[in-house]
Write a protein that binds this ligand. Structure first.
Ligand SMILES: Cc1cc2nc3c(=O)[nH]c(=O)nc-3n(C[C@H](O)[C@H](O)[C@H](O)COP(=O)(O)OP(=O)(O)OC[C@H]3O[C@@H](n4cnc5c(N)ncnc54)[C@H](O)[C@@H]3O)c2cc1C
Length: 384
């Protein structure tokens, strides 16, 4: 059996890699485990791009978190020397009274963020690739953009290792138990002692917490890449921002400008509930056709050759908000973050606040929304 580490991180994807980095940089002795070898394509952090946006329609309380996340992403870029983020601006498009447009505007107004309201004609004039219907409007926010998730995970893990973290890819934690003031974690290679634990296994989180009713639904979420069939220049990151679209009430799709000649699009929240070990990673022609229909209607020049697809998983909580809380019986065990398909952008700050909570005892950020008590949390209607 090994010496007791200050903290063990279970899962080294977006959240776990960030946590490993922040703990290790504060001098904590860190041991980290992953089922696979991150960055990999079997969890929730692959697919080349993730949206970051500030006028958070789900709830204005996310705004201070994302603002700190922006600072940390820029800091990570400086320290790693890697390009991790590109600000393209962002459009939340839908009907004026839809949850997307209304919520983005409320967050922007609450936090006095810069934004513009564009009508359908203005959207098309400024971004010719987009063809909203006449009854649609958009909230334009200048700071939204793209994160490159695999590079982010690599950067966090590299800095964690440089600061002394002992990282164990391809070594899933099979079980844990309380031992004295700390914990023992068992893997196929042995038993490890630790004073504190961060559980960041996302789609597999409930396997490690059989006694804590998280109520998670793991959903299969395909991503699609298409080559524009005309006016490719209007899809370049200089011309097209990231966009979220609510074409009908509570139905969403979203997408990115073209990187390497291909645009990426996906629907949100329509994925089948799956088991993470047996999720179907094949994408059917019928699924591609359904997405193409959306493009034909709202971005016709985008609906060119289908290039490829990938399958990812959301770990959805009942209300769409994250879980960031201590285990109900073990205050030195932190549960992160079941972020319901919209958490990547926050992973830098979630790593920081994990270290704040377990090393300093508190975070200066308001984490009320993320408590385990779901029954006290209002529904948010989340999207990436
Ligand atoms: C299709 C898709 C699109 C998305 N788009 C956006 C977006 O645009 N913007 C945004 O902010 N968010 C977005 N999200 C959400 C975001 O990407 C995820 O919420 C986030 O990446 C999850 O990070 P994580 O660390 O919790 O999970 P993961 O990165 O999946 O990490 C969990 C890790 O735990 C490991 N693990 C599991 N079990 C064990 C075990 N027993 N022992 C050790 N390790 C274990 C896994 O191997 C995995 O590496 C999207 C998600 C998906 C799926």
């Amino acid at each position: 059996m090994s010496r007791a580490h200050t903290v063990a991180i279970v899962g080294l994807g977006a959240m776990g890699s960030a946590a490993a980095c922040h703990f290790a940089r504060r001098g904590a002795s860190v041991i980290g485990f992953d089922r696979f070898a991150p960055p990999h394509t079997l969890g929730s952090s692959h697919g080349e791009t993730r949206i970051i946006r500030e006028a958070y329609f789900e709830d204005p309380r996310y705004v201070p978190l994302v603002q700190r996340a922006y600072e940390l992403w820029r800091e990570l870029e400086r320290e790693s020397g890697a390009t991790l983020m590109r600000e393209t601006g962002g459009l939340m498009i839908g009907r004026e009274d839809g949850v997307l447009v209304r919520g983005a505007r409320a967050s922007a107004e609450t936090h006095r963020l810069p934004f513009e309201r564009l009508d359908a004609g203005e959207i098309h004039r400024r971004f010719p690739a987009l063809r909203p219907t006449d009854d649609m409007v958009a909230i334009w926010e200048p700071r939204a953009g793209v994160l490159f998730p695999e590079a982010c995970v690599v950067a966090h893990l590299a800095l964690a290792a440089k600061a002394g973290a002992d990282l164990h890819p391809d070594e899933p934690v099979e079980s844990w138990r309380r031992e004295g003031e700390g914990f023992e974690l068992a893997t196929k290679h042995g038993v490890y002692r630790t004073e504190r634990v961060v559980l960041a296994a996302n789609a597999w989180l409930e396997r490690l917490l059989p006694d804590v009713p998280l109520g998670l639904a793991v959903a299969r979420q395909p991503l699609f890449w298409f080559e524009p069939r005309a006016h490719a220049e209007s899809f370049a990151p200089e011309r097209l921002p990231i966009y979220l679209w609510e074409p009908e009430p509570d139905r969403f799709f979203y997408g990115f400008p073209a990187f390497h000649g291909q645009i990426k699009v996906a629907t949100h929240g329509e994925g089948a509930v799956v088991d993470p070990d047996t999720v179907d990673r094949e994408v059917r022609a019928s699924e591609v056709d359904a997405l193409r229909q959306r493009l034909e209607t709202y971005m016709p020049d985008a609906a060119g050759r289908f290039a490829r697809a990938a399958v990812c998983m959301y770990a959805n909580t009942p209300d769409g908000h994250f879980v960031i809380d201590r285990h109900p019986e073990h205050e030195r065990m932190l549960i992160l973050s079941a972020c319901s398909g919209h958490g990547f952008k926050f992973s830098s700050v979630i790593g920081e606040l994990a270290a704040d909570l377990l090393l300093e005892g508190a975070s200066s950020l308001d984490l009320d929304l993320f408590r385990l008590r779901h029954e006290e949390r209002p529904w948010a209607g989340s999207i990436t």
